[in-house]
Design a binder for this molecule. Sequence first.
Ligand code: SF4
Ligand code: SF4
Length: 244
Amino acid sequence: MTEGKSFFIDTTKCTACRGCQIACKQWNKNPGTKTLQRGNHQNPADLSVYTFKLVRFNEVAIPGGEPKWYFFPDQCRHCLTPPCKEVADGKAKGAIIQDEKTGAVVFNPKVKIKADEFKEIREACPYDIPRFHPASGTMAKCTMCFDRVKEGMLPACVKTCPTGAMSFGDRREILERANKRLEEVKGLYQEAMLANPDDVRVIYLLVDDPKKYHKRAVADNTIGITRKMALRRIFQPLRSMTIG
Ligand code: SF4
Ligand code: SF4
């Protein structure tokens, strides 16, 4: 599915205000959790079943200069061909669904899974997004606010962002916007890039080495995904021929 909806997250406009993180928690009625001050602006330390959106903060030392800050509002990328779903389909059918209209990848709380099944699903995600609640046997992550989107509203995080760092809309328009902005910033930032725009619905504009933002700012196993897709393309017609 290549149409549907997409996000554009322009990190050059993000001030790490964390408005999107709070709006996500509010809309999803996720409780606050006890956290520790770890000596930096990021809080909590990681995504969890109660934190679907996390503004990651990284401080990089510059020899002889001021440290540089990198802000990265992390969330599920709503992959076009989601590896998490491919694994889940073979383990617990219906545990992960993909909305036909928007392309949102949604974890279904009605389908319970086991811890070892979850482990495989999490390992399949190139961005390390899925989280698990062992007591209930359910997984959690960003839903693309599909309940808001189907009513014509923006996702809560996008609606809240005060700087225009986040936008959301039809995939074609979002891709155009992302590519236009990439061209605009290239003069200032030679390393400017879009993170995996052909594979995901949450497209980040980064202007430096992705690892400086977050170790999974870009897919960890692009080769794995690409190889899998290539194999599927080869074997799908053969399968249909055999069955037909
Ligand atoms: S980012 Fe991870 S959890 Fe989200 S759709 Fe892709 S594989 Fe699934
Ligand atoms: S609300 Fe916007 S500016 Fe604030 S942290 Fe989120 S993306 Fe960045």
